[in-house]
Design a protein around this ligand. Structure first.
Ligand code: EPZ
Length: 417
């Protein structure tokens, strides 16, 4: 398995441009099956999950032309309703295809995505919502069989503001008969980006970014051109990299509004941050300060996808920080690896108490999931000596050119096979 080898202690200095958002391009690629026409998507990220979603679209008959950072999907040739099991297992978020395929074809067969490294990842909210839109859903032998002769609008109150469930409901209801209202909808920026794509295709959706979304069903959709929003978690990860190495980074092609909760916590940790709407400069202090309390929450709260990266920098901050993970059940797999590097972290249920110490020491560690893996790289950048991060395929799911970008900024990091 490929590994990163990192010699710690280098300050990161320079500029980095952030790629398009993984968690926006995936639902929008799922949405391209809806218009039975072409979609041209710009600012796509060259990452593993994006490539898997392309394979899935091709497996159901769509034609795809991918160039360097844009692609065209032609869904006129879509002719299959079964999503290959091995691809769903490789990327559980392909479950957002369910709503789009149900809307386009009236039926879909998809394997149960199952849990992943950060928890059981149930889809009960997705299935309950699709049933209320008129879908008939059967589950057997690990597969989900959905059928709907005609989807109809419904009023849906989500028990939890699930990002995926909100997306699936939007995708299933754009051509349903009547109006659908989603209450307690997820408010992440990626939901607003999906609404923008769908409304360009002729849909009538209002309210994305708030907790109430209205979808008026339409009959016909048209071809679309759309540019994906910047990846706020990739931006936050580079910000954390500057913070943990007392660096000075300029981060370009971002939506600063999407980063406010991350900016607030990094300022609490002692970083200097200057910004306009699309660019940010972050200067890490000589010594980071502990952050009294961080709680991951649905947007606009502090993002769960930045929890591991924040934890890495808190392990070398002065003082004690308390970090609680309220979104996922099992998102502390990076803790044991950080402890191998000398971190002082006590885990009590879904709360971690992080006592900043006198620095980390390089060690052999293993990435267990996407963001946990990124946090181990950040820790390696600050550690004394050599850190080897194994199983970096997790990290490659969501970060484009990660090691090359860090090396350009002054990190001593290389990939070995
Ligand atoms: C999306 O996952 C993101 N993935 C995740 O990013 C992100 O961490 C998460 O939203 C929260 O922001 C993509 O967009 C591809 P949820 P999703 O449904 O949709 C529970 C990354 O690192 N739940 O909002 O799966 C669930 O178990 C990834 O980029 C149910 O109980 O997240 C979890 O505890 C990781 N039943 C909570 O809700 C359901 O039917 C949040 O899940 C659905 C969800």
């Amino acid at each position: 398995m490929a590994k990163y080898i990192i010699e710690g202690g280098q300050k990161l200095v320079g500029e980095v441009t952030v790629n398009g958002a993984k968690n926006s391009v995936l639902p929008i690629l799922a949405a391209t099956v809806l218009n039975n026409d072409t979609s041209t998507i710009f600012n796509v990220p060259n990452i593993r999950d994006f490539k898997i979603m392309i394979k899935i679209l091709e497996s159901v008959g769509c034609k795809i032309e991918a160039m360097d950072n844009f692609l065209t999907v032609d869904s006129k040739t879509l002719d299959k309703i079964r999503i290959p099991e091995e691809l769903v297992r490789e990327m559980r978020s392909s479950i957002i295809l369910m709503g789009a395929m149900l809307s386009r074809c009236g039926q879909v067969e998809i394997s149960y995505p199952g849990g992943c490294e950060i928890g059981p990842r149930p889809i009960d909210l997705h299935l309950k919502a699709l049933k209320s839109l008129g879908a008939d859903i059967k589950e057997s032998h690990g597969f989900i069989y959905c059928k709907a002769d005609k989807l109809h609008g419904a009023e849906i109150q989500l028990d939890y503001p699930s990002v995926g469930a909100t997306e699936n409901i939007m995708l299933a209801s754009v051509k349903a008969k009547g109006t659908t209202i989603i209450r307690n909808a997820a408010k992440e920026p990626e939901i607003l980006d999906l609404q923008d794509y769908l409304n360009k295709a002729g849909c009538k959706i209002y309210g994305a970014g708030t907790s109430v979304i209205r979808i008026d069903g339409v009959d016909k959709l048209n071809s679309v051109e759309h540019t994906i929003i910047p990846d706020r978690i990739v931006a936050g990860t580079y910000m954390a990299a500057s913070a943990i190495t007392s660096g000075e980074l300029v981060i370009r092609n971002i939506e600063v509004e999407h980063l406010q909760s991350i900016i607030a916590k990094l300022r609490e940790a002692g970083c200097l941050i200057y910004n306009n709407c699309t660019t940010l400069k972050i200067i890490g202090p000589k010594n980071l300060e502990a952050v009294e309390s961080i709680q991951t929450l649905p947007y606009p709260g502090f993002p769960t996808d930045m929890q591991a990266q924040m934890m890495a920098l808190l392990t070398i901050a002065n003082g004690t920080s308390v970090l609680s993970e309220t979104v996922f059940e099992n998102r502390f797999k990076h803790v044991s690896e950080l402890i191998r590097m000398g971190a002082n972290i006590k885990t009590v249920g879904k709360v971690c108490v992080i006592k900043g110490g006198d620095g980390l020491l390089g060690a052999k560690v293993t990435a267990k999931d996407l963001r946990g893996g990124a946090s181990l790289v950040l820790a390696g950048l600050a550690a004394k000596g050599t850190t080897i991060v194994d199983d970096i395929y997790h990290i490659q799911r969501g970060y484009e050119n990660f090691a090359n970008n860090l090396r350009t900024l002054g990190a001593d990091i290389r990939k070995i096979f």
